[in-house]
Design a protein. Structure first.
Length: 198
């Protein structure tokens, strides 16, 4: 009987010791870096700023989504929208694929075929985001202040103004490259002037 008590005491003691060693604490778990085939540690990639797509339904939402502090790389309209104030697309956000900020005023089907194109009516649309794209219709003037701007299947009922000659040259090259293609855009007003919005 004495041997049974000693054996049970030893088992309880060992269980207690192992349980104490395995108890969780408030310390974060240690992680190891992935290794290459040669056994050398590689650096873990640092994620970029998390960006999202968002739909604008009114002027206040559109203003918030196009601001430099918005987390949305793409701003979507799912219907025509008229606003009283200027719309300013600002900030250097990118899609997970590296595409610059996009104003998407259209709807598409599962095959990515355009089914509807919507119109933003605003006094001015000002592009301050580099490498931005407009796909949809604009009734109002367009001011391009950042490099790399592209029109993609866009229609502008208004004038287009450029911050400087370099930005205008990029715009002209993009316009010429898309002429006669499915991404061709049209401008009903003047798109030859270099002028800043006052």
């Amino acid at each position: 009987m004495k041997k049974v008590v000693i054996l049970l005491s030893a088992i309880v003691l060992m269980v207690g010791i192992f349980a104490g060693c395995n108890s969780s604490s408030n310390k974060p778990a240690a992680t190891t870096a992935p290794t290459t085939k040669a056994g050398q540690a590689t650096e873990m990639p640092t994620p970029d700023v998390t960006t999202t797509a968002s739909t604008a339904t009114d002027e206040a939402t559109l203003t918030a989504l196009t601001s430099a502090t918005s987390p949305s790389w793409i701003v979507i309209l799912k219907g025509d929208l008229a606003v009283k104030g200027n719309v300013v697309l600002d900030g250097d956000l990118k899609s997970p694929q590296g595409q610059g900020r996009t104003l998407a005023f259209y709807n598409q089907d599962a095959n990515k075929t355009l089914t509807d194109v919507y119109t933003l009516t605003a006094p001015n649309l000002v592009i301050k985001s580099p490498n931005a794209t407009l796909k949809g219709n604009l009734k109002g003037d367009l001011y391009i202040e950042a490099a790399g701007f592209k029109l993609n299947t866009a229609s502008i009922e208004g004038n287009v103004y450029f911050k400087d000659a370099a930005i205008k040259a990029e715009y002209d090259a993009n316009k010429a490259a898309t002429a006669g293609t499915e991404t061709e855009s049209t401008v009903s007003g003047d798109d030859t002037q270099i002028k800043m919005l006052a």
